[in-house]
Structures are given as C-alpha cells and as structure tokens.
Design a protein. Structure first.
Length: 101
C-alpha cells in the first residue's frame, strides 16, 4: 500500500473518500497497480496512468502477470488493455495460456 500512496492523486482520493459518507468505499484499480509498476520501472508514480481497471491480486501485481478475469467475459477488452499496459511497461507478461479458447 505504501507504493500506491506515493502517487499523490491516490493519496488525495483516499483522504477525501470518507467525506462521501458511503458505508464501505474503496480505492481500487489501475491507479493502484499502475503506480506500483511505474515505481518498479523507475518512473514517476503518476506516469502513464490513463485508465482504471480492477487489480489482479498482489502476488501477480508485483510479478507483472496479466491474465483475464474469468468472471468477466470481455476478452477483446482484456487483450486491448493488456497490450496497452505492455506498451507502457514492457516487463509485464500476458499469460496467454489463461486466455479462453
């Protein structure tokens, strides 16, 4: 979590979430995992972040593994996003063996 908070936008959002008055609100998605990838790449925490998605899990996050969510049947969207991520963070890996056939 400390890596994600190095992105000042994430820190600002987390500070303001309680003011929404929602009983159970979370900051998730691309703003978290892309910040970690930026830091691992030696870039500014906010570099290249242009979209928001659900994270894949912490172990896979740090390993840079991208695999489709089996509960989300939008394979073309996953592939487009995964290719976009790999274009920005070339050390990421798309797990082709996990793609539905």
């Amino acid at each position: 979590m400390s890596e994600a908070l190095q992105n000042p936008h994430n820190a600002d959002l987390l500070e303001r979430l309680p003011f929404l008055g929602l009983p159970d609100v979370w900051l998730v998605a691309g703003c978290l995992f892309q910040t970690v990838w930026n830091l691992k790449s030696g870039w500014a925490p906010t570099a290249n972040i242009k979209d928001y998605d659900l994270p894949y899990g912490l172990e896979e996050l740090y390993a840079g593994l991208l695999r489709p969510n089996p509960a989300c049947p939008h394979l073309a969207l996953f592939q487009a996003k995964a290719e976009s991520y790999c274009g920005r963070w070339p050390w990421l890996t798309i797990r082709a063996d996990d793609l539905p056939r």
